[in-house]
Design a protein around this ligand. Sequence first.
Ligand SMILES: O=C(O)CCC(=O)C(=O)O
Ligand SMILES: [Fe+2]
Length: 149
Amino acid sequence: MYQYYTTTLMFAGNVRAQDEPHFWACPHLPADGFDEYIKTPDGGMRILNYPQQEASVDDQNGTGGHTDFECFIMIVNQDDCGGLEVLSESGSWIRAKPVPGSLVVNIADCFMRQTNDFFVSTVHRVVNKSGRERYSVSLSLRLRSDQEA
Ligand SMILES: O=C(O)CCC(=O)C(=O)O
Ligand SMILES: [Fe+2]
């Protein structure tokens, strides 16, 4: 598990200007503008279990609508249950269907602040409608705690 965490964290930290120019590039920031902030990648990993949901969607959400706090969150692994939903600008929930071998990268609040709202943190939730237990692993990449945003 530790190796899995370390590998994923290094991968998250390496999503930098030279690797993913479109992801990091903001018109008002230099291409290497984030290097100092993620020089020593820091992150937390959660292994999440969503029990089989018996009640209605409104009565029992797996995880209610929220934004994440950190830089960005990678849903490293979600099983084939589905359930992750993202709130659209018009206020409807869009399903983020699990695609085998893919990652979901979710913009979080610190990254929104750091890019002066160029990237917007996404409201998302999990509603487990699969009739089974759901598992996911999420990793949050944080900005260095000794750097001011
Ligand atoms: O379980 C998921 O797919 C989402 C997890 C999540 O939103 C989080 O860890 O903040
Ligand atoms: Fe989240």
